[in-house]
Design a protein around this ligand. Structure first.
Ligand SMILES: Cc1ncc(COP(=O)(O)O)c(C=O)c1O
Length: 359
């Protein structure tokens, strides 16, 4: 597969190329290097034709690090440099955020406590949970309703043991979002100076909203007229346009303190709400089709996030010619584990009790 070059190969290893944000913000907070940037940007002509587009670029954030990558790795670079030894967070049983955090924090002297709520069971859920269980203390809530109580119990116990940081679902904090602001600058630099048409919009899954917010702020910072289409994959009461704009505003405040003033530019934010289906973690027929289509092009998208976002491309093809799909999911994070942790079995039983497999 042909990959677009980075703007300046000679400078590839210097901070300003790897972190273009450093060129615009002189007082950035500390960062722990985890990723391998810029992540590749690939044109996929055959997939574009199948979808009815002239150009489809795929930003391969699944390849942005080793031993794992994905959209959460970008935020973890900034978060890990600032957190206390104790960390409490939450997510679904198969949260890739919790899996990424637990894996990245392992061996750094930090202990992650993940409080997880049930979601429909799948191979990816099992793989992500195995990874979280390998490095974090996991508490399984039996339902979403008992989650707040479970979090408060874990939080109080951790507080008694020492300093602790709360990281919200998906790690969506302004500090983490700096990673995705940088990713947008990276994309703009990769497209500049090539013959590939600039995408009119990027399409991204919308879970906690940090990724969409960071891309929007990054487009504003780069003064790039590239819209952000956020495809909702979780509850409509939580995943609102207002939420993304609030995260974007808080990130702009942080950027101003870091020496980079950003004001809203021509890039706009749009929310796509019709791909969610029955809810978070439930597959939909359109997502299953999109997953198969992307698999033919060698790209693995998961049913919770990437497949729903990629399913939206076919509809958007009616209004756009050149799009960029932001590939956030790294299957290395959800690879099956040899060792079955006792809590894995308990989680599967609970999930299958709530959402029995169709006979
Ligand atoms: C693979 C993957 N894609 C997309 C998302 C959504 O990103 P965000 O939570 O920043 O909206 C997540 C969130 O956990 C994720 O794990």
């Amino acid at each position: 597969m042909h990959r677009l070059p980075c703007t300046d190969r000679a400078e590839r290893c210097t901070l300003k190329t790897v972190i273009p944000l450093a060129e615009l913000a002189s007082r950035l907070p500390g960062r722990t290097r985890l990723g391998d940037f810029p992540s590749p940007l690939e044109p996929h002509p055959a997939l574009a034709t199948r979808l009815g587009l002239r150009t489809l670029l795929v930003k391969r954030d699944d390849l942005n690090g080793r031993p794992f990558g994905g959209n959460k790795l970008r935020g973890l670079e900034w978060l890990l440099a600032s957190v206390t030894p104790g960390i409490v967070t939450m997510g679904g049983y198969g949260s890739t955020w919790c899996a990424a955090l637990a894996t990245a924090a392992a061996g750094t002297g930090r202990q992650v406590h993940a409080v997880l709520f049930p979601q429909p069971w799948s191979r990816d859920v099992s793989g992500a949970l195995s990874r979280t269980l390998a490095s974090a203390n996991v508490t399984l809530a039996r339902s979403r309703w008992t989650l707040p109580l479970a979090i408060s119990g874990v939080w109080r116990a951790c507080r008694r043991a020492g300093p602790v940081t709360w990281l919200p679902a998906g790690g969506a904090t302004p500090l983490a979002i700096l990673g995705t602001v940088n990713a947008a600058l990276e994309l703009v630099a990769q497209v500049q100076g090539t013959l590939v048409p600039r995408p009119e919009a990027v399409v991204v899954p919308f879970g906690s909203g940090g990724t969409a917010a960071g891309l929007l702020v990054g487009m504003w910072l780069a003064k790039a007229p590239i819209d952000v289409y956020a495809v909702r994959v979780t509850d409509p009461w939580f995943a609102t346009r207002r939420r993304i704009l609030g995260l974007a505003r808080d990130t702009m405040t942080l950027l101003a303190a870091a020496g980079a003033e950003v004001s809203p530019g021509t890039a706009r934010l749009y929310l796509i709400g019709d791909q969610l289906g029955p809810g978070y973690g439930h597959s939909t027929p359109r997502a299953v089709l999109a997953q198969a289509l992307f698999a033919e092009a060698g790209i693995s998208v998961d049913l919770t996030y990437g497949a729903k976002a990629s399913a939206a491309l076919a509809t958007l093809a009616g209004s756009f010619r050149h799009l960029c799909f932001w590939n956030t999911f790294d299957p290395r994070l959800t690879a099956p584990s040899e060792h079955e942790h006792p809590l894995l079995r308990r989680a599967r039983e609970q999930a299958e009790k709530l959402w029995p497999h169709p006979k």
